[in-house]
Design a protein around this ligand. Sequence first.
Ligand code: SAM
Length: 215
Amino acid sequence: MDANFWHERWQNNELGFHLEDPHPLLQQCLSAVLPGKHKVLVPLCGKSPDLHYLAGYLPVVGAELSAIACNDFFAERSIPFEQWQAHEFVCYHSDTIRLWQGDFFALTPEQIVGCNLVYDRAALIALPPAMRAQYAAKLQQLLPSNSTILLISLEYPKHEKQGPPFSVTHTEIEQLFSGAEIECLARLDLTGKGFAKRRFTTTSLVETAYRITLP
Ligand SMILES: C[S@@+](CC[C@H](N)C(=O)[O-])C[C@H]1O[C@@H](n2cnc3c(N)ncnc32)[C@H](O)[C@@H]1O
């Protein structure tokens, strides 16, 4: 999935992954990852309502390729924001939410300074296998030690469907974040219900919330 793939999704309004309300597993699990956290990073954030929900608890820093997504996020909620160019990014800034529009893989530690929590919904599972390894390595390079990742992953029988979204198992998560403490916080069985606005015909479909504590 290269940048063009995602720009086309936004231009054509093909947003099957988008939810209109905060994710139920975020609402259920946030309190388990909040203690000691200062600021939350939301990689590949789209225009998710989760950004707004999280901003009720902590300052939020998002990263998103699409200018359409960043503009729509603020415009659809009538949130006033400022905007400026910062090297290869455009910064969208409101009181509690800052979105870096550009390539997540080009983010620097200075751009996410203060973040010791990451919230990932439909970011890791949006990426093909080789990019998932780069993504996990980038997060571990950006974040201070002892940071926490609240990851919502998705599992289905891999041979039954092509991604995205991809199926990412507990075993793969252990490999991607080796050395981290990984706990399963909650599961949501979506079998027969589909993923956000997308229908799935897989024989099982389960979302799992993980708390990943980096070494
Ligand atoms: C499946 S969507 C999920 C969006 C959001 N997390 C949500 O829950 O609605 C993946 C998003 O990642 C963005 N994206 C993909 N590659 C990216 C990259 N390298 N840097 C920043 N954003 C990226 C896409 O534009 C898209 O909005």
